[in-house]
Design a protein around this ligand. Structure first.
Ligand code: HDE
Length: 723
């Protein structure tokens, strides 16, 4: 079994799953599924003579079982969010929300609630790459003492459509086109952009989706949002509308687009591995959990309708109240039963939490349950990963394919003469729906405020930093460049002019289409908090779990190599030595180091930063195309780079830009555009006391720049144009 170090989750869910867990290392003989021991699993039973192998016999029940089980190994993949990965963890509450809800999970601060979280992309199939431009799913199942509570959220707080009846159209438009099943893992095609044009309600979400939010560096570095509006109900029966927020401890960070594209091919499992390795190393990802609350009577007080999932609730109007923390601390033991078979339902809520009339949520409540039956069968909730940890029983819900549970007793209906399996009163914890008053006529309509589609898209654009706006223009341009129907890209460039003139002009300039001369509607000039992801830097600078490469060849300087490695590892970074070959690389002073990888096995894209120690090895590095391009590409991808002594001129040569100043021989440390170089004694250069913007030491400054994630100034000043 995979080691699960330092798992702090002490709860019933693992004990519960243990009942269904077997271990291939338990020294047990191989048997058929009906229990007989198998003596030869490698040969089909057949007639043989001295010279010939005869036909295989249908009689061989062992071979038939093996092949037939194999034939049926696959189940339908999820119709959306097919590509994903998950982990277990727990939720801890540090402040009770009893003023607004009776839910135990949100009021009892002594509890640790176990949970499973599945991250996903939306468009691609199960085998598609992790780093595509797409929304990421953020689906949580909390195994609370009162039943399962599922928050099936995303890493973007709004959605493309307002009415659930539009979902099949939306998904059809973004998925590969029907005639040729192209493209995979991309929204860059005619049909998607045709849909966006036809649905101005998608505008706001489309801006989020074209922003860096859609190319996260890691699942551990993205926000989670419940998106839909739910209700919380307290013991006095008062209702608040609520939105759920998860904010990552490590900050919100993204890849750059060129890097994301390359990683799709270089390591399609990049995000999966990132999550698994962080948990294996005991670096458990954490998110703060917060609520935005609107008292029921204030529902109509806003310009927008708070039940419209294409709108955020601006934090200036509705602040986030952080009350808990979510941590992931245990990888799954087996992917299929614990992640592929995990199934979420927005309709899974516990007493104290209720729905709202959010029209998207209302539709989702129907859809998720239905899709699980088609994907996993009627008894999907009995599967170990899906079943609750609290006692559960219904004498009515039974039978169906693959029923495991054996329910004893002579009655299967309620009421019955034995009063067997009685319902619970509210005082006993029975779920009661909020008694909302309903009036109205039947109509296929939404309330008036749903008709406004551009204001918040404009606020989002206005709130982005300059670098984020540049990325947005590049993303729109990339996508529309992949549309070959002029009707699609010409209409879209015009439509962008409903939000930003400068953006519409830039995109039209790049991809063709009419360049609008004036805004289709005035810019209201408003900005809001929390929309630019650059606001979410970690409270304390950190390089924990950052992947840092050290490049070495024969003749490298061991003292600067080892000093930097130790300095980075002391900050919990993941350090990898990359060398000319994965066998002994010999230092100038005679020590031998076995690298983790050889140059051609890796690429700079898979690391957050690079260090090159001094030493004679730079002569060989300067002749190695992979090592040279490593530095050039790291620079273009805005990553921190450091080098000492002989490595300084090697680095300077690959970057080859006069704007980037490096340390001159005799001087000590220089920092320029996140490139940190120095000459001198390794101990002096690489000693780490304090990390911050004012740090002077070489390692200190390198660590500071890695903690900033990327050096945006390079791109702003036009030094990294290729991204
Ligand atoms: Fe989903 N969505 N969705 N969705 N969704 C599914 O359920 C659906 C929506 C989201 O890791 C499906 O089990 C409808 C919003 C996530 O297993 C399906 C509507 C948000 C996941 C479905 C929406 C999401 C799904 C496919 C419009 C963000 C993956 C497989 C009314 C809050 C869960 C499945 C996992 C999966 C329907 C809109 C997030 C078909 C009808 C809004 C994270 O039932």
């Amino acid at each position: 079994m995979t080691a699960q170090p330092n798992s702090t989750t002490t709860d019933g869910k693992f004990a519960d799953m243990e009942k269904d867990t077997v271990d291939v290392h338990a020294k047990q003989h191989m048997t058929t599924d009906y229990g007989i021991k198998i003596s030869d699993p490698d040969h089909w039973l057949r007639t043989v003579s001295d010279k010939n192998t005869g036909p295989s016999l249908l009689e061989d029940q062992i071979a038939r079982e093996k092949i037939m089980r194999f034939d049926h190994e696959r189940i339908p993949e999820r119709v959306v969010h097919a590509r994903g990965t998950g982990a277990f963890g727990h939720f801890k509450l540090f402040e009770s929300a009893e003023d607004v809800t009776t839910a135990g999970v949100l009021t009892d601060t002594s509890r640790t609630t176990p949970l499973f979280l599945r991250f996903s992309t939306v468009q691609g199939s199960k085998g598609s790459a992790d780093t595509v431009r797409d929304v990421r799913g953020f689906a949580i199942k909390m195994y609370t003492s009162e039943g399962n509570w599922d928050i099936v959220g995303n890493n973007i707080p709004v959605f493309f459509i307002q009415d659930a009846i539009k979902f099949p159209d939306f998904v059809h438009s973004v998925k590969p086109e029907p005639h040729n099943e192209v493209p995979q893992g991309q929204s860059a095609h005619n049909n998607f952009w045709d849909f966006v044009y036809m649905h101005s309600e998608s505008t706001h979400m489309n801006y989020w989706q074209m922003s860096d939010r859609a190319i996260p560096r890691s699942y551990r570095m993205m926000q989670g949002f419940g998106v839909n509006t739910y209700s919380l109900v307290n013991k006095e029966g008062k209702r608040h509308f609520v939105k759920f927020h998860f904010t990552p401890e490590l900050g919100v960070h993204s890849l750059v687009w060129d890097e994301a594209l390359k990683i799709c091919g270089q390591d399609p499992d990049f995000h999966r591995k990132d999550l698994i390795s962080a948990i294996e190393a005991g670096q458990f990802p954490k998110w703060k959990f917060g609520l935005q609350l609107i008292p029921e009577e204030k529902l109509d007080d806003f310009e927008f309708d708070p039940l419209d999932a294409t709108k955020v609730w601006p934090e200036e109007l509705v602040p986030i109240r952080y009350i808990g923390e979510l941590e992931l601390n245990r990888n799954v033991d087996e992917f299929f039963p614990q992640t592929e078979q995990a199934a979420f339902c927005t309709s899974h809520i516990v007493p104290g939490i209720d729905f709202s009339n959010d029209p998207l949520l209302q539709g989702r409540n129907f859809s998720y349950f239905d899709t699980q039956i088609s994907r996993l069968g009627a008894n999907w909730e009995e599967l170990p990963v899906n079943r609750p940890v609290c006692p559960y029983m219904s004498l009515v819900n039974r039978d169906g394919a693959q029923r495991h549970r054996i329910t004893k007793g002579t009655v299967n209906y309620w009421p019955n003469r034995f009063e067997a399996n009685p319902p619970a009163s509210q005082a006993e914890g029975g779920f009661t729906s909020y008694p909302e008053k309903q009036t109205g006529i039947k109509a296929r309509a939404l309330s008036e405020k749903f008709a406004e589609h551009y204001n918040q898209a404009q606020t989002f654009y206005n709130s982005l930093s300059e670098i984020e706006k540049m990325h947005l223009a590049k993303a729109f341009s990339f996508e529309l460049d992949h549309c070959d129907d002029p009707l699609v890209y010409e209409r879209m460039t015009e439509r962008i002019g409903a939000v930003s003139l400068e953006l519409a002009q830039q995109v039209a300039q790049n991809v063709g289409g009419k360049s609008p001369e004036k805004l289709l509607r005035p810019n209201h000039g408003q900005k809001a908090k929390g929309l630019s992801q650059l606001e979410y830097m970690p409270e304390k600078p950190t390089i924990a779990t950052r992947r840092i490469a050290i490049l070495i060849g024969d003749g490298f300087d061991h003292s600067s190599y080892i000093a930097m490695k130790k300095a980075l590892e002391a900050q919990n970074a993941f350090v990898f030595t990359i060398g000319a070959q994965r066998k002994g690389v010999v230092a100038e002073s005679g020590e031998t180091v076995v690298p983790d990888h050889f140059f051609n096995g890796m690429r700079s894209t898979l690391f957050d930063a690079t260090f090159v120690p001094g030493g004679k090895h730079v002569t060989a590095l300067a002749k190695n195309g992979v090592a040279k391009f490593w530095i050039t590409e790291s620079f273009a991808h805005l990553k921190a780079i450091a080098g000492v002594n002989e490595a300084v001129s090697f680095i300077a040569k690959q970057i080859d830009m006069e704007e980037v100043k490096v340390a001159k021989p005799g001087s000590s440390v220089a920092e320029s555009y996140g490139v940190v170089t120095g000459h001198g004694d390794a101990d002096a250069l690489l000693n780490v006391k304090e990390v911050g913007p004012e740090s002077k030491g070489l390692a200190e400054q390198f660590i500071w720049h890695v903690s900033r994630h990327r050096n945006w100034q390079r791109e702003l000043d036009g030094l990294a144009d290729q991204v």
